[in-house]
Design a binder for this molecule. Sequence first.
Ligand SMILES: N[C@@H](CCC(=O)N[C@@H](CS)C(=O)NCC(=O)O)C(=O)O
Length: 210
Amino acid sequence: MDFYYLPLSAPCRSVIMTAKALGIELNKKLLNLFEGEHLKPEFLKINPQHTIPTLVDNGFAMWESRAIMVYLVEKYGKQNDPLYPSCPKKRALINQRLYFDMGTLWKSYADYTYPQFRENKPADPELFKKFESALEFLNIFLSQSKYAAGQTMTLADLAILASVSTFDVVQMDLSKYEHILRWYNMLKDTAPGAAENWAGCLEMKKYFKK
Ligand SMILES: N[C@@H](CCC(=O)N[C@@H](CS)C(=O)NCC(=O)O)C(=O)O
């Protein structure tokens, strides 16, 4: 299974952790975005949207990290795999958290930080408030259950761990989010693929100028 990625990318890291949890060997192919490799015709043929992570499983190409995570469990996981159980209500909660991670948590982080480290713009307090409110929501979710979507580890934890560990490595202050901290301390070193995730975070930090 070919996996186009960069270690520093949070969405790539969440797929790597999922593959690790499932015991899947990925054929990792570094794609250097900084040198525009994702815009070359041969990659655009695979993924016209030119994003990583991109997975090619026996000729079947797909992208969007959370969709890839679900695909991997559905295709290669156990029946009723605890990472993404078949019960519709459990799945619904996991999906909610995955969409929350993509559309609210990570988005608010990216909206706040990217202009600062990509365009050297000053921090925007309004965007910071939105990021804080996303963290507040996550803190509430984690006050209600041990893991991000219930009492066992699921895909929601792996996706959100990739996000929160990124916030940690760039030194976002998480100290007032008691439940996030409890959950993060539980998983940051023990989740499947945690060491590789953290190594990628450290790579990411090199590009973060604040
Ligand atoms: N929502 C997507 C985001 C993917 C994404 O934006 N990846 C970045 C790297 S972290 C990328 O490929 N950027 C290059 C581009 O968009 O051209 C996912 O979760 O896979």
